[in-house]
Design a protein around this ligand. Structure first.
Ligand code: MG
Length: 291
């Protein structure tokens, strides 16, 4: 059996069309409920910060527990999330307001704040599946040797509700809240494919850190019944680098926001495959040896 683990946001959905709507909702809540400043002011600060990130994307990242979880330019949602995090950390008044609103954080106040706002507002985004999503999932469901599983950092109930609207013949298993961003400096993980190391140097500007115990465990669990795995996603650091480090094929969907360095890293990797259109996924899976 080949378990095809498919990322939700940006892979099955049109993230490039949703990112602005989501950012507006998050900034509005941030201004009203947490920062106590006008939406206009927060939006100006956000746009200024985001422009700075885009001018030197390798210098800005989503950091968790002091480690880089993702570079800011890897996805449309990630860019906005990283811009909001950077804006909150750099402005002492904003930082103080966020610390007051999240006095007992699970990670740190800024990460908890952006996670909470992302979960709440992405859950109510209007549905926007990529055109091929239903056909591809249906083919996977009907294939005797393949099993689709949906992977997401979002909460599983949002994804389940959205998938229901596709009217698929069977319910698809969801690996929700997999926390690919859960970074642990003390993670004991070692990857033979990385020469026994914990990081993957892509080029002189990008190093992907694989100290992600939650995601590592999730993939090991998925493979525990002897199934072969393949992971499909629209971004590299969060969902894609771990399978590659574990020797699992990773299929990167090329989108309007995919940066060149991610495409290159996947194209150069022996287990990496580029996908230009979601509709081609079934034929790409045919090329995997015994899948
Ligand atoms: Mg994604």
């Amino acid at each position: 059996m080949l378990k095809v683990i498919i990322d939700f946001d940006g892979t099955l959905t049109v993230e490039e069309e949703q990112a602005d709507v989501l950012a507006e909702a998050i900034l509005s809540a941030l201004a009203d409920e947490i920062l106590g400043v006008s939406y206009v002011q927060v939006t100006i600060d956000f746009q200024e910060t985001r422009a700075r990130l885009q001018a030197a994307p390798h210098q800005y990242s989503w950091e968790v527990n002091g480690l880089v979880a993702s570079y800011c330019d890897e996805g449309a949602f990630i860019l906005n999330t990283t811009a909001i995090q950077t804006m909150l950390k750099e402005n002492p008044d904003y930082l103080q307001a966020v610390q007051a609103a999240f006095p007992n954080p699970e990670y740190d106040p800024v990460i908890d704040c952006t996670n909470a706002l992302f979960h709440r507002h992405s859950a109510v985004l209007p549905l926007a599946f990529r055109p091929a999503a239903k056909k591809v999932l249906t083919e996977l469901i009907n294939h005797p040797q393949r099993k689709p599983i949906i992977l997401t950092n979002s909460l599983g109930d949002k994804v389940k509700r959205h998938l229901t609207t596709l009217g698929l013949a069977h319910q698809i298993k969801i690996l929700g809240d997999t926390r690919q961003y859960d970074m642990d400096p003390d993670c004991p993980c070692r990857y033979p494919a990385l020469g026994g190391g914990k990081t993957w140097r892509i080029n002189e500007k990008h190093v992907i850190d694989l100290r992600r115990p939650a995601y590592h465990k999730a993939l090991l669990k998925a493979a525990a019944d002897g199934s072969q795995l393949a992971v499909v996603a629209d971004t590299l650091s969060l969902p894609g680098a771990m399978p590659l480090a574990m020797g699992i094929p990773f299929i990167l969907l090329r989108t309007s926001y995919t940066p060149q360095w991610c495409l290159q890293a996947v194209a150069d990797h022996p287990f990496g495959i580029l996908l230009d259109n979601l509709a081609d996924l079934p034929s790409v899976l045919d090329t995997l040896t015994d899948g």
